[in-house]
Design a protein around this ligand. Sequence first.
Ligand code: C2E
Ligand code: MG
Ligand code: MG
Length: 653
Amino acid sequence: MPSPIRFLPRVDPSSAELNQSQFDAFSRQIPLLYFILVVNSAAVAFTHRAVAPAWLAIYMPLALCAAAVVRVIVWVGRRRVALDAAQIVARLRASIAALVVLGVSFTAWGLALYPYGDAYAQSHVAFYMSITVIGCIFCLMQMRTAALLLTAIVIVPFATFFMTTGNPVFIAISINVLLVSGAMISILLTYSRDFSNLVASQRALLNKQAEMQTLSDENSRLANIDSLTLLPNRRRFFSDIDNVLSQCIRENRGFAVGVLDLDGFKQLNDLYGHGFGDGILERTAHRLAALSNSQVSFARLGGDEFGVIVNGFESRDHLLEIGGVVCDVLKKPHVRPGSTTRLTGSLGFAIFPDAGETPEQLFERADYALYFAKENRRGAPVVFSTEHETEIRQVSAVVQALRDADLAREMTLVYQPIVDVAANRIVSFEALARWSSPSLGDVAPSVFIGIAERSELIHRITEVLLRQALAFARYCPPDIGISFNLSTRDLAADDALSAIIALTRSSGVEPGRIEFEVTETALINDFDQAAKALESLKALGTRISLDDFGTGFSSLSCVHRLPVDKLKIDRSFIAEITSRSPGRDIVKSINDLCTNLGLDCVMEGVETQAQLDVLKGLGCTLMQGYYFSKPVSAADVATVLARFDGTREAVWV
Ligand code: C2E
Ligand code: MG
Ligand code: MG
């Protein structure tokens, strides 16, 4: 059975918005309602002041109006106080109760006044009661309960009273008022339903909006997270740098941007597969996340590259200390059932504002410091310094000069013999690049090759030099080979490789005389691609040699998987060969292994007779170095060849 209480405002979340809206409308309209009541009552009291007793015509309306004014004051005074749902319900219920009490009181007062005065005064009472109740119902449009109660409290006694007066005018008025009230109630019910629907649809709209907000919050969270490691991603990293940068500018202090890269990750990934690589990245991220705090945060930028923000350090040394902790954590072995992997991470830092003033500059400098760490201090942190700044300037000067260079004129080759000491003859010449720049002067190949390798420039250099080397080979005795150094990037780019193959094919030089030297780093970056490229060179009939062997990471098992004909043992091993160093054993075992595998083995950088003797003692035969000849120009090659004709003991230059 529906309880009458159901019409009263309820404390439940579903009606909270409705209550709130009713409360707001009520707050605006209640002063108006009481104003109508008080003014109309005062007018009736005035017309009855002389005919009714004072208690009825003066004191009672005064008391009732005072009560109404107090209600308004209390209501208006509390209007600005923030209320919760339960308080709003309580306030609405109290207001309805007050309305009922005042409605009953004013009705009783009006009816009590009726017997006094003439027909005009009596008509005034009827008019007062009917018009006031209609005005009040109007003010309570949004408060259905209050409006219905008020109608019942005032109209029922009013109509009953005036119907029973027997006066046709008052009976007509009663009927009029009943009809108008009925119409008002009907309009009110429709309006109140529309009002509830409006509030409900507003609520639905707000719910939808909240849902959308939650969804968009989740989307932006996902858009800022790296899905593999759950660390912040590259986008988030740069927006964090932006925020920290603005904060540091405001507070006039520094912070550091770091770039961290795992050393040798790529080889592991290639060797053991992506699942294994992902595992390493996840564990690395886990270790980094454990180090993050309010000052240090990490992000994954992609591949095996991580970003670091250090927001708060005392000095450069302190920053290096923090970087050291990070690198140490990465050095811990990755232990898995059946295997243990050791990795290091190199870290480059750039400090704001010394190293740069924009996120891009800072990132670029940190990346440069990382590059420096990789080259010189693997597994350790490096902070970008003024020396790096100078280097960058030098590098960009070289890049600019290389771009502007007339390569065919400025680049030349010099040739260094490779000697078979057992047969006492020169077997080949290695072509080595020389660059004489009009703006920079002579630039060493160790400088410009590395720089050119960072862009497409290397391909143009390779092409220009290969043409020269092949032209040189055509004029050399046919039993003399020519070694040409290829860059990592030449092997990685299909176009560059095709150009090399086409030039070699069309040169007219017997392919067996041509040897391409590649360094181990060429293999490290992309073993599969390098192997494919070497296969296609090998298919031409040319020979392949692995340069600077022993300085990189390639193991002999790697070599075995490549179409290599020759290893060139790096000169750092030869330099210490005369002392009883482990280098001597390494050289001997590599040389023996080459013999077993049917590979040639060249000793690089032989500078002294003593080194030659030791190497001979170890069974080495192929050698290259200043002891035999420094690299010479093409014009001097004939002299070098003539100096040693193979019929007598060599008299080396
Ligand atoms: P590399 O291919 O290992 O060449 C041997 C380097 O050792 C040459 O330096 C040579 O002059 C030097 N060398 C030879 N014998 C001795 C010695 O007894 N003692 C000492 N201390 N050094 C000796 P260079 O000409 O400065 O070339 C340096 C590197 O630059 C080369 O190392 C090679 O990796 C690269 N390079 C040179 N020319 C080219 C080129 O045309 N293309 C490419 N891609 N790289 C080149
Ligand atoms: Mg070489
Ligand atoms: Mg070498």
